[in-house]
Write a protein that binds this ligand. Sequence first.
Ligand code: S3P
Length: 180
Amino acid sequence: MFPVVLIGFMGSGKSAVARRLARMLHRRALDLDAMIEHDARCSIPHLFATQGEAAFRARETDALRHALTGHAVVATGGGIVTREENLALLQNAAQNGAQIVYLRARPETLAKRIRRQPGTRPLIDGQGAPLDLPTTQARVEELLAQREQSYEHAATLSIDTDALDAYGVARLLARQLRCH
Ligand code: S3P
């Protein structure tokens, strides 16, 4: 058995899908953001504010490397594809049998989901008051444009999530993964 790694932009549902999919596949769910928060003993926005993004990214790579050694369902953070080192780790894992699943969603969908959890995403709205929907969507579009190709390239499997809830995505994925 090999890990199943969920990648995708903030708000694509990686954490919620990982929990449900892990239950369906009788595996453990791992969430890199939660692992980092646990190790650092503080929230991601606090970590960004006090230690900066680079320190967060270093912790994220360590957490990814650790998570890839098991056969858990792994929820990554949306920025996992921004470091070459992480892309190499994902590629190597895929070559060894891991499934890297891209949870694709349109910017409108992502912006709406992100606004439901204000103040939790430092790269979108962590620096101040919650943003309105058009501003959130503009930030999503800008960042997604920089990352989209990397998500597509790193993935061994992609799924359009706009019309599905986390349970629906997990069910679809469980069926596809069992057939592999
Ligand atoms: C980030 C996404 C977040 C978290 C951090 C940075 C990003 O995770 O890792 O705020 O760069 O896209 P989610 O994708 O779970 O929101």
